[in-house]
Design a protein around this ligand. Sequence first.
Ligand code: HEM
Length: 487
Amino acid sequence: MRVLLMGMYFTDQEKLANSSSLLPPLMKPAKNKSGGRGGAAPLPPGKTGWPVVGESLEFLSTGWKGHPEKFIFDRISKYSSHVFKTHLLGEKAAVFCGASGNKFLFSNENKLVQAWWPSSVDKVFPSSSQSSSKEEAIKMRKMLPNFLKPEALQRYVGIMDHIAQRHFADGWENKENVVVFPLTKNYTFWLACRLFVSVEDPNHVNKFAEPFNLLAAGLISIPVDLPGTPFNRAIKASNFIRKELVSIIKQRKIDLAEGKASPTQDILSHMLLTSDENGKFMTELDIADKILGLLIGGHDTASSACAFIVKYLAELPEIYQGVYNEQMEIANSKKPGELLNWDDIQKMKYSWNVACEVLRLAPPLQGAFREALTDFMFNGFSIPKGWKIYWSANSTHINPECFPDPKKFDPSRFEGSGPAPYTFVPFGGGPRMCPGKEYARLEILVFMHHLVKRFRWEKMIPDEKIVVNPMPVPAKGLPVRLYPHKA
Ligand code: HEM
C-alpha cells in the first residue's frame, strides 16, 4: 500500500526502513572532532557545504521534490544527533530537532534566541520590525495578538460565513470539476482583504492578488536582486502593495474622522485606534507593514491547509462522513439565511481535530529561524552567538516517538489532552507563536462547513505529486470532480 506522507509517497516497507534510523536517542556531548573551539564544548556535528550557498540548495530542493523532511531526517540519522550544524541561506546555522529542541527554542525567546528571517524577507519588507529596533519589534509583536484574539474575532464569524457563501457560489457551484488550490487561495485572500482592510469588491481584491502571489513566491528565495528573478519581482510587488495599503489607510483615517467608517469594522480600524502602553499610535507605514505581514502570514498558509483538507477528505471517506455529520447537524440547526456564529464554531470539535491532523501531516510552514543572542549550550554542543537556528515541524510531526504510527491519519490523536507538549507545532510555540492561529481556525472551519454541506468529491489525479515551495501544494493544484448533494 502506498501512503502519502508530507508530500512524499512511501511504501510501507520504505517507511519502516526509514523510521528505524530516523530517531536515535539524544546524544551525549560529542568528541571534539566537529569543529570544537579549543577546550570548549564542540560545535554540533554536520557540514557547512559549498562556500556561500552552503547546504541551501539541498534544503530548498528537498522541498521542491516534495519531501522537505528528508533534509532533516537524513542528517539526524547520519550524525546520530538531534542537533546538527549546516549553512543555510548565507548563514551559519544549527538545526534543532524533536520536542526538546522545540521546547528549548520556544522557552528561550528573547533570552538566548530571537526571531530571525532570511535576508530575502528583510529586503522585501524594508521597514518591517526586523530592521527597526528590537524593542520596537517586541512591542509590536505584543500588540498583534490583541487584534486577533478570540474576543476580537467573534464578530467576524458571520462575515466569514457570508464571504464563504459568495466564494462557493462563484467558484464551486454548478461546476463539474474544479482546481482546488487556486480556489482556496482566492477564499483566504478574499477573507483577509475584507477582514483586515474592508476591501470586498472582487475586482479590487483581484488587483492585489497577483502582486501577492509574486511576493509570496520570492519571499524565501536566494536574494539575487536582478531583473526577472523571483526576489526582484517580490520587492516590486511589495512596494506596490504597500503603496496601495498606505492610500487605503489615509482614506480610512478620513472616514473614521467623519464617522463614515466604524472603529470595529476590520483590523485596520483597530490598528489605527489602538495605542501602545505609552499612548503612542502606529505610523501609517508601520500599519501598512503589519497588514502586509498579516496578509502574507495568513494567506498561503491557510489556503494550503484548506487544499490539503480537500485532499485528505477525498482519500478518506470515513473521515469525510464524520465531518459531514457534524457540519450537517449545525447546518440543520440554523434558520434559513441565519449566519454561522461563535457557538457554532465551538461545536465543530471533530472537524477541528481533522484539520489538526492535516496540519500535522502537511504543515503549511515547515519551520522557522531564530538567531543566537549569546553563546549557549544545547545537548552538550556549543552554539555560538550570531548563529541561526532552525526548528522544523516535521522533526516531531512525523516522529514515531511523538506520534505513534505517524503516517496514519488519525484525528483521535487530538482528543482529550491531545499530543504531548512541543510535539504538535504547526503554529510554532512560545512568545512568537503564530498570532493568526485563532483566525486560521475560524476560516478553516467555515471553509469545511461550506464544502461538505454542498459536495462530495474525488481527486482527478490519484497520485498527484506534492511540491513544497515553501508551502506544500499539490503540483497540479488538486483538480477534483464534484458531486453536489441532492437537495
Ligand atoms: C494554517 C494557517 C497558519 C499556520 C500553519 C501558521 C503558522 C505560523 C508559524 C509556524 C509561524 C512562525 C512562528 C515562529 O517564528 O516560530 C507563524 C508566524 C506568523 N503568522 Fe501564522 N500561520 C497560519 C495562519 C496565519 C494567519 C491567518 C495569520 C494572520 C491573520 C498569521 C499571521 C502570522 C504572523 C504575523 C506571524 C509572524 C509572527 C512574528 O514574527 O512574531 N498566520 N505562523
